[in-house]
Design a protein around this ligand. Structure first.
Ligand code: NZQ
Ligand code: ZN
Length: 388
């Protein structure tokens, strides 16, 4: 186990009915609020009316930025920055999934920065300050509700990049599982794959002597596996939705489950290059790429993959070599993703091999990626080729 520090300042308000505390919480942080939301789901579920009623009752002046895209775009972030500057916004309220929260974080940082907010995403500047934000989460997936990361697409340049800062942690996040009952089937699947992928990025590590961290990881994986199908069978399954929501938050909240461990994040880097060009849902891309990454790298540490197979999937180790167990665990992952309805090939989204070179090149633009196995351009290209 490596040395570590941990500080996560986000206040979590969890549970059914917690969405009735939006006004109370927002008013303790700001008087002039930018309300950020997506393409309309919060209007059809009634959450929009519920939110603005509370903001009005709390005496908050608010402006709105609707229309945050899944894979949120820089151009929309810039619209939000303009509104903040024009109206002296002092707090941002994100109501939606990871895309809405990520856009809100970028707006929060950009509003207090003299240059182009994209500078933060291409390493030209680091975030020194940001407006405070709060979130009302409507989709279990990214963990953005309790971390300091944001991922934004520069659509015109076909780039998707992340930025992070301690200044971007939400001041509070309202996690009301009943808000996720309306999440459609495909996004329930993609969100669950994303949660599992966040755990994989931390669990498949070369760091040794981390038994507690490994078990944190395995417990989240098992809990997601147990709860996805009940949530798909009955979207209003309160227990399943609550468990998925809490798994999503715990899987990526500043690395709490993997403190002292080296993380990988190569598969995320590769997926971001795919969604930068083809605009596919993040979790869908991960469901395709991750099992292929696993096949490509498992020999770095077959013992960890064998442990994954036995502990997470309950595969009987009797009579199997470590490699056989590792491969059985990887196949179980692929089979599970397929069973719940995730795509297995880039071709399922009509993606061919014409941009493989560009995606591989962009993935390693700042150097080799990953730590479990360092991946150069040719390695990334091969994983993408396996994913066709
Ligand atoms: O836009 P609306 O109308 O709200 O619809 C959304 C969207 O179409 C819909 N949705 C959300 N909540 C709903 C709902 N529909 C019905 N009922 C609800 N309660 O779901 C669709 C997808 O939403 P989105 O926010 O895009 O999904 P997700 O939460 O998976 O976020 C994906 C984005 O987060 C980034 C991804 O790259 C991607 O851009 N990530 C952010 C991370 C972070 N900040 O830490 C880490 C992740 O690894 C990831 O990269
Ligand atoms: Zn992710």
């Amino acid at each position: 186990m490596n040395n570590f520090q941990f500080h996560n300042p986000t206040r979590i308000v969890f549970g059914e009915g917690s969405a009735d505390r939006i006004g109370e919480l927002a008013s303790s942080y700001g008087k002039t609020v930018l309300l950020v939301y997506g393409g309309g789901s919060i209007k059809s579920t009634g959450l929009y009316e519920r939110t603005i009623k509370q903001l009005k009752e709390s005496g908050i002046t608010f402006y709105e930025l609707p229309g945050i895209e899944p894979n949120p775009r820089l151009s929309t972030v810039n619209k939000g920055i303009d509104i903040c500057r024009e109206h002296g916004v002092d707090f941002i309220l994100a109501v939606g999934g990871g895309s809405v929260i990520d856009a809100s974080k970028a707006i929060a940082a950009g509003a207090l920065y003299d240059g182009d907010v994209w500078d933060f995403f291409v390493g030209k500047a680091s975030i020194q300050q940001a407006l405070p934000i709060g979130t009302v989460l409507t989709l279990a997936a990214t963990g953005s509700e309790m971390n300091g990361s944001t991922v934004i697409s520069h659509w015109e340049e076909k780039l998707k990049r992340g930025a992070g800062s301690a200044h971007l942690y939400p001041r509070f996040s309202i996690l009301d599982p009943s808000l996720t009952y309306s999440v459609p089937r495909n996004h329930t699947v993609y969100g669950s794959v994303d949660i599992m992928s966040h755990v994989f990025e931390q669990y498949f590590s070369l760091t040794t002597n981390t038994p507690l961290q490994e078990r944190f990881c395995e417990s989240i994986l098992q809990t997601v596996i147990e709860n996805v199908e009940p949530a798909l069978a009955n979207p209003n399954d309160a227990a399943a939705r609550a468990n998925l929501m809490w798994c999503g938050t715990m899987a990526l909240n500043g690395g709490q489950i993997s403190l002292g461990m080296q993380n990988d994040w190569a598969s995320h880097g590769i997926e971001h290059e795919v969604s930068a060009i083809y605009d596919i849902p993040h979790g869908a891309g991960l469901a395709i790429i991750f099992p292929n990454w696993m096949r490509y790298v498992y020999k770095q540490r077959p013992d960890r993959f064998a442990q994954y197979a036995t502990r997470v999937w309950g595969i009987d180790p009797a009579g199997k070599s470590e490699d056989e167990l590792a491969l059985a665990g990887i196949q179980a992952t692929r089979d599970f993703f397929t069973r719940i309805g995730a795509e297995s090939k880039l071709a399922d989204f009509g993606i061919g091999d014409d941009q493989l070179d560009r995606m591989a090149e962009e993935a390693v633009r700042y150097g080799a990626i990953g730590s479990f196995k360092r991946l150069e351009k040719d390695d990334v290209r091969e994983i993408l080729r396996m994913s066709l």
